[in-house]
Design a protein around this ligand. Structure first.
Ligand code: NI
Length: 137
């Protein structure tokens, strides 16, 4: 992969704040951080354009809640064309965490994730979207 170098002019104060941000995020240098900022922006664009994305969803719930596990499983079966894989971990006596990989159009991925998160009894859920993008090297 060929790397391109380019100069960027930004106000001193903004640069100082950016360097502090880079340090907090443990980036080795500005370049790696800027590359990630660009990739994040491109992924946001893909999400808006409803292209194919991959979502990683986690759900935290109490498996004692009546019929909750069944409802979550039913939803995944109904959308099995989107669900790539799931992992269930018994965290403690009450709590389970489920990590579900979802691939599809951005809107489909978000809709399924929202339905799962909104299921009564789910304590916490969050979706992270990444891209299968070929332009993120
Ligand atoms: Ni469990």
């Amino acid at each position: 992969m060929k790397l391109i170098r380019f100069g960027v002019s930004i106000p001193e104060d903004l640069c100082r704040r950016f360097d502090a941000h880079i340090a907090r995020k443990n980036y080795p240098n500005r370049s790696e951080s800027i590359r990630d900022l660009i990739r994040n922006e491109l992924i946001e664009e893909e999400i808006k354009q409803n292209t194919e994305v991959v979502g990683v969803l986690h759900l935290l719930y109490d498996h004692h809640k009546r019929e909750l596990s069944d409802r979550l499983t039913d939803l995944q079966h109904e959308n099995r064309h989107l669900v790539l894989s799931s992992m269930h971990i018994h965290l403690d006596h009450d709590n389970c965490i489920e990590v579900i990989l979802i691939r599809g159009k951005a809107q489909e991925v978000k809709n399924l994730a929202n339905s799962l998160i909104a299921t009564k009894g789910v304590k916490h859920g969050r979706l992270n979207i990444t891209s299968t993008g070929t332009n993120l090297a």
